[in-house]
Design a protein around this ligand. Structure first.
Ligand code: KIV
Ligand code: NA
Length: 268
């Protein structure tokens, strides 16, 4: 199993992908991905919602436990869903702890802002490793007015640099940078000792993360900053259509897939 400390020591860029169930986590783990994020992107990618806001602690706990049962080597990071943190500090810390204690996560990720600095310090103090997340934070979609690139003017860029430093100082072990200019991501990466992991943030980060559906081609849509490294949806569609055809034509099942109990009389 990777540890949060081990993450800092490697020379190769850190690789991170999401997974929301055991068989997918087993594939991601076997392929040698360093970190599996049980992202609240499960709202869109697994649960059929059109945002991450409806995702609950129960959703993240059950999916994290499934991923943790399947992952042998990767670090498992559970994403804290909307309203599970930030309303009340004690409740936030307790919810984060439950993801470790009851769902076997190795760490939590929190969509960060000025309100999560002290929270990150408290969680770290009680033994909960925290991955911070700045730039586009999709739980704030209603305030941001869309899933738009962040840190695009000087003030906004400097705020991200300052908040990144504040979270590192508070004890965060890594930082996700989402949908920010590559030169801003480079500046944050240079300024921090903890690793940065980018998504739509260009190549100047210590690692990269994508949503598994986008990376393997399992969705009908993927963001322009992603890349489809496979066509899982096409493969699955072919397999399902082949099964339908085989059942409809009578080609499946055959004797090969069946068993006749010869000592049963006169049944058929
Ligand atoms: O929920 C998620 O998948 C994420 C990543 C995109 C960083 O937060
Ligand atoms: Na997320």
């Amino acid at each position: 199993m990777t540890t949060t400390r081990g993450l800092r020591e490697g020379d190769d860029p850190i690789t991170m992908l999401t997974a929301y169930d055991a068989p997918t986590a087993a594939v991601v783990d076997e392929a040698g991905i360093d970190v599996i994020l049980v992202g609240d992107s499960m709202g869109n990618a697994a649960l059929g919602y059109d945002s991450t806001l409806p995702v609950t602690m129960a959703d993240v706990e059950s999916r994290t436990a499934a991923v943790a049962r399947a992952a042998e080597d990767a670090l498992v990071v559970a994403d804290m869903p909307f309203l599970s943190f930030g309303v009340d500090e004690a409740e936030s810390v307790r919810n984060a702890g439950l993801l470790l204690k009851e769902a076997s996560a190795d760490a939590v990720k929190i969509e960060s802002g000025p309100h999560t600095v002290e929270m990150t310090r408290r969680m770290t103090e009680v033994g909960i490793p925290v991955m911070a997340h700045l730039g586009l934070t999709p739980q704030h979609v209603n305030r941001l007015g869309g899933y738009t690139r962040q840190g695009t003017d000087q003030d906004a860029a400097e705020e991200i640099i300052d908040l990144a430093g504040a979270h590192a100082e508070a004890g965060a072990f890594a930082l996700v940078l989402e949908h920010v200019p590559a030169n801003l991501a480079g500046a944050v990466t240079e300024a921090l000792e903890i690793p940065t992991i980018g998504i739509g943030a260009g190549p100047n980060c210590d690692g990269q993360v994508l949503v598994i559906n986008d990376a393997v081609g399992f969705g009908e849509w993927s963001p322009p900053f992603s890349e489809q490294f496979g066509d899982v949806r096409g493969e699955m569609l072919d397999a399902v259509a082949a099964y339908r055809d085989a059942v409809e034509s009578g080609a499946f099942p055959t004797e090969e897939h069946s068993h006749v109990q010869s000592d049963l009389d006169d049944l058929y």
